[in-house]
Design a protein around this ligand. Structure first.
Ligand code: SF4
Ligand code: SF4
Length: 80
C-alpha cells in the first residue's frame, strides 16, 4: 500500500510564490485562484490525490507555511 500524505498550508504565512507547486514531484499542488489569504495572496493547496508526504514542498517554502502529515497504513491484525 503506498504511503499517503497530506499537507496543511498556513494562510497567514503563504505568499503564493508557487515554489512548492513547482517543486512537488507528484504535481499535486496548485494555487487556489478562488481564494485570497488575509494578506491578499492566492494560497497553495493540494489539488489531487497522490501526495506521498515527501515534505519537499515544506522544505522549499521560504515562509515555513506548510505542515506535512504522513499516514502510515494500519496493519491488519491476523485473526485465528
Ligand atoms: S509532501 Fe511531497 S508529494 Fe505531498 S504535496 Fe508536498 S511535495 Fe507534493
Ligand atoms: S512555497 Fe510557501 S509561500 Fe510559496 S506558495 Fe508554497 S506555501 Fe505559499
Amino acid at each position: 500500500m503506498p504511503i499517503r500524505g497530506r499537507i496543511e498550508v498556513n494562510q497567514l504565512h503563504c505568499k503564493g510564490c508557487e515554489l512548492c507547486v513547482m517543486a512537488c514531484p507528484q504535481d499535486v499542488m496548485a494555487l487556489d485562484m478562488e481564494h485570497l489569504t488575509p494578506k491578499g495572496y492566492h494560497p497553495a493547496q493540494l489539488v489531487a490525490e497522490g501526495c506521498t508526504g515527501c515534505a519537499i514542498c515544506a522544505i522549499v517554502c521560504p515562509d515555513a507555511a506548510i505542515t506535512v502529515y504522513r499516514e502510515t497504513p494500519q496493519k491488519t491484525r491476523a485473526t485465528a
